[in-house]
Design a protein around this ligand. Structure first.
Ligand code: ADP
Length: 768
């Protein structure tokens, strides 16, 4: 069983000076003799020993023994001198200063104040906090050893207080003993009467711990057995009325010893007597064995007692251990219960908050969001009523009031409520200004008259209000109360309300953002619709303009062409040949202009989406042949125009007129720009159901840079083209537009000086 002692409390430093005289005569002329010099010696021995032990640990091991001993002796002397110096510095009158020799005189008498200073100084100088207790084992008082040896140890503990009383006048008593334990109680107050209050704690410490230390060694001094174990039950240093200690020791196992051997010897003597047939030997023979038996039985009884004590103690220890364990078990069990309950509460709070989070995060409509939030607060956080008001930044008021748990009239009132933010006296603006929750448990806590009135108006007896803070800004307030059931508001609910408040705040923030976004989207959609209508009108105007223009341009042009033809026919043989040639030029130019106008009109129509597509099933090979036939007259002499085709391709479902227009454009370009070699028209199905018709020539080719723009309107490879070859730069533009209108495309690859390949791809729209 281990020692159990209280932890030392904080011990303040000693006062700088002593109040009374340390020794000599007191004011009344009587000798000062409250403490004997003899009791100091044990303390000094311990200081020496402690200094030695400490130094031996600290000194480098390579030092010689002699060197070590020298250093130890020097340190011990230094410590002793330090004690003397400190004591003297606390004695105001130099006449009473002490010397080492003086203090070592066991016959001196001192004041109790001095002895308290002495012991405490020893403790401080040697640096062992448990000095008073530890020095106990050195208090070997021979007198006690010799005087008490004949008595059992428990009896020594019993009479110990009488010795103490004799020497120290201390109130100490033994309140119970068993064969292996004793409980002693000490009241240090009688010692405290004669010393200043500032050193009471030092005196109690020295007396209490000093006695404890000495008493645990009593079994060792008395019968040379292991020191006792101490249980410190009470202590004046810890505020108890007295100090109480229990000492438990283990009695030595009884030895056969002199009693048994004495009995045996006596029996042997009697046996010899009988054998020698001494007088009355017959009678003696009867009793010869009795002394041996008696002493043996006495020994056995002692042994039995010892064993019984031992068993008893083991049992007591076991039971104490079990009780301790049981207590610990009970304590941990109840702790577990408490944590369990706390955990349950936390779980239900978390569930509540989770559900609130879920409720508010799934709603984007602000009114619905506020309703759901308040319902969740009431349901999960167990409030009677809950109310939210939002900040209107522009008007600087709190409005949009929503309340759940109140009467319809109250709901109406709250809905129409508008509280200027600058009002400091409102229960609703309070937490908005402070950014902190406000809890009021009773209307009596409210001093402000206006606030009291609004509490009475809403029938609120106590409430919690929490600011709704989103992105660092208070955007509203959440107020909850239990005024209908009059239940108090627990702290947990306040904490949960704060968390719920922050969730609601961010949900409100998102909902508002969503509302703003939605509004913006509606505005933008409206704007886009308006723009589209304007564009459509413009497009209609453009189409109308184009239609009108084509009519206005083509009508006079057709008239010019028609009349020129008539004049040309009638002029044959009438006008000089030169004039008829001029008329031919007018005709050619007019027809060219008409072609141009028609092309521009076509492009405009395609861009405006007004060019119709008329799809029919036709034979692509036949169309290709037809185009080749039309283009052939354009070929420069010596140029061959061939057709290549995959055999299986024949019928195509598309707009035959548009494909013809494209092919003729491409063929006429190829014929125009090819001066030697050949032109090949090939019809293939490169992938899927697409059809590709490419026209490859071995003409002048197109530069990379020009290839990028020849499909744009009025664009030619370079300016010299117009000079050399004529043309308008519209053919490829309209061809690509037409190809795309049919769902296909027109692309080109080319190399200057080697030739070009234009490829038309069109999707085949029908299964044929
Ligand atoms: P145009 O032939 O009336 O000038 P196009 O749109 O048909 O207009 O052609 C644009 C330009 O593309 C031509 O001016 C010419 O520079 C170039 N081009 C078209 N086809 C060929 C070709 N087969 N070989 C070389 N250049 C070509």
């Amino acid at each position: 069983m281990p020692h159990s002692r209280f932890k030392l409390p904080y011990i303040p430093p000693l006062p700088t000076t002593m109040v009374s005289r340390p020794f000599g005569l007191n004011d009344e002329g009587k000798p000062i003799n409250q403490s004997r010099g003899a009791v100091f010696q044990g303390a000094l021995v311990y200081v020496r020993e402690f200094v030695k032990e400490r130094l031996e640990k600290e000194l480098p091991s390579e030092l010689s023994l002699e060197e070590k001993n020298q250093r130890v002796t020097a340190a011990q002397a230094e410590a002793f001198q330090e004690i003397i110096t400190r004591l003297n510095s606390a004695i105001p009158d130099p006449n009473y200063h002490i010397t080492p020799e003086y203090i070592l005189n066991e016959g001196n008498g001192y004041s109790r104040e001095f002895s308290t200073f002495f012991f405490e100084t020893c403790r401080l100088v040697c640096g062992d906090d448990d000095f008073h207790f530890n020095k106990g084992r050195l208090n070997e008082i021979n007198a006690i050893q010799y005087m008490t040896r004949p008595f059992p140890l428990s009896y020594v503990y019993k009479i110990f207080p009488r010795f103490v009383a004799k020497y120290t006048n201390l109130d100490i008593e033994t309140i119970e003993t068993t064969s292996n334990s004793a409980v002693l109680r000490m009241r240090p107050d009688s010692h405290l009467m004669n010393i200043p209050p500032e050193i009471h704690i030092h005196s109690i410490l020295a007396t209490c711990n000093g006695f404890q230390g000495f008493l645990i060694y009593l079994p060792k001094f008395h019968s040379g057995i292991q020191p006792a174990i101490i249980n410190e039950r009470k202590c004046r240093l810890h505020g108890d009325e007295y100090c109480e200690w229990e000492f438990i020791w283990e009695n030595p196992r009884p030895k056969i010893g002199t009693t048994v051997w004495g009995g045996v010897a006596l029996s042997l003597a009697l046996a010899v007597y009988t054998l020698l047939r001494m007088p009355a030997w017959e009678w003696i023979a009867w009793f010869a064995f009795i002394p041996a038996l008696y002493s043996w039985f006495t020994y056995q009884i002692k042994l039995g007692d010892f064993e019984r004590d031992r068993q008893h103690r083991i049992l007591a220890e076991q039971s104490e251990k079990s009780e301790h364990q049981y207590d610990e078990l009970l304590a941990s069990n109840s702790n577990l219960q408490i944590s369990n309950v706390t955990l349950q509460q936390k779980i239900s709070q978390l569930t509540a908050l989770y559900e609130i989070g879920l409720a508010v995060s799934s709603v984007l409509d602000l009114d619905e969001l506020l309703e759901k939030s308040l319902q969740a607060v009431i349901k999960h956080l167990n409030f009677d009523r809950a109310m939210i008001m939002l900040v209107d930044e522009k008007q600087q008021v709190l409005k949009d009031g929503h309340i759940i748990g109140g009467s319809p009239e109250l709901m109406e009132t709250v809905k129409n409520l508008s509280i200027p933010l600058e009002r400091k006296d409102s229960i609703l603006t309070q937490s908005i200004h402070s950014h902190e929750p406000v809890q009021v448990n009773s209307i009596d806590e409210v001093k402000d008259e206006a606030q009291r009135n609004s509490l009475i108006q809403f029938g609120i007896k106590g409430y919690v209000s929490v600011p709704l803070i989103a992105q660092g800004k208070a955007i509203g307030v959440l107020l909850a109360d239990n005024s209908q059931t009059n239940r108090p508001i627990p702290q947990d609910s306040v904490n949960s309300l704060v968390i719920a408040g922050s969730q609601i705040a961010s949900a409100v923030d998102s909902a508002r953002l969503y509302q703003t976004l939605e509004q913006r989207v509606t505005e933008r959609t409206h704007e886009a619709e308006e723009a589209r209508a304007v564009a459509e009108n413009a497009s209609k105007a453009k189409s109308a303009f184009l239609a009108n223009m084509s009519h206005e341009l083509r009508t006079p042009l057709n008239a010019i062409i028609g009349f020129t033809r008539i004049v040309r026919r009638k002029a044959e043989g009438v006008l000089p040949e030169k004039q008829t040639e001029n008329l031919d030029k007018v005709l050619a130019s007019s027809e060219h202009l008409l072609g141009l106008i028609n092309t521009v009109l076509d492009i405009a129509k395609i861009e405006a989406g007004r060019m119709d597509v008329a799809r029919v099933n036709f034979d692509i090979n036949a169309l290709a042949e037809q185009c080749i036939a039309i283009a052939s007259p354009l070929l420069k002499s010596g140029i061959k125009l061939k057709k290549e085709s995959d055999n299986e391709i024949s019928m195509v479902y598309s707009d035959i007129e548009k494909i013809k227009q494209i092919l003729l454009n491409l063929l006429s370009n190829a014929a125009k720009f090819t001066h030697e070699g050949s032109i090949v028209l090939s019809i293939r199905r490169p992938e899927g159901n697409n059809l590709s018709i490419s026209i490859a020539d071995s003409g002048i080719g197109i530069s990379k840079e020009a290839l990028g723009r020849i499909f744009e309107e009025f664009q030619q490879a370079d300016s010299s083209t117009t000079r050399e070859y004529g043309g308008t730069g519209l053919g490829l533009a309209i061809s690509r537009n037409l190809a795309r209108l049919l769902g296909g495309d027109l692309t080109a690859v080319s190399e200057v000086g080697k030739g070009s390949t234009f490829t038309l791809t069109i999707p085949n729209m029908s299964p044929n």
